[in-house]
Design a protein around this ligand. Sequence first.
Ligand code: KIV
Length: 275
Amino acid sequence: MSDPADVAASRRKPTTLLRLAQMHREREKIAVLTCYDASFARLMDEAGVDALLVGDSLGMVVQGRTDTLPVTTEEIAYHTACVARGNHGAWVIADMPFGSYHASTEQSIANACRLFQAGAQMVKLEGAWAAPTIRALTDRGMPVCAHLGFTPQTVHALGGYRVQGRDSDGAALLRRQAHEVVEAGAQMLVLELVPSTLARELTAELPIPTIGIGAGRDCSGQVLVMHDMLGVTPGKLPRFVRRFVEGSADVREAVQRFVRDVKNGAYPDESLHGY
Ligand code: KIV
């Protein structure tokens, strides 16, 4: 007899790039969580999460490091393969880690290919400086998600975890960068620690979905690190994080509540913006 969970997952139509673009156009919110293994991939997929991000945040929440910089392409590939095995219908995004797209276009293409072969459907790159690489990858049929605002791989250059684009020069720079990555072919954009008004304007003017984290409620969708929303991460969390596990019977319900609250606009509320 087949497992009811398998049946539920197999009934779900797989999320595609076209569907994500349609969700952005029709203002249907996109729910994204980070994910690093097959069991959580299956649970999140069944709970209706639209996209699973194999983030280099795994360096911190899985490997216990202080930042994302030591994570390698092979490590992301390993976790992407695990996620792809457990997943059925969610869109799978893999982070290109620090150093994997910095040296040359050839290096970037080879590393991106490794992640697609592991099961990624899109790769994520931080920074507008990577626009030529975004062009090279999308020209070769590899969808790219750009990541602007606070970019963890450049934490040292940015002087710590700070909201980006606060003043008018910063906002103008971020707007230019957003248009640059779209021009280069990016099909999704993560906005991290960006003022909510700027994120709202960018979401309205860009033709691609924006996924916010600490960027207010008006992005096309929201992403959280799973360990944060499940209350596993110790210590003080950024203000924008909601611990969905609180008040939920179990992990499955916490993930279902995240999906529901993102979809109906109950998460985040304005007070949860910023750091
Ligand atoms: O690595 C990651 O988990 C991320 C999200 C925080 C957006 O990039």
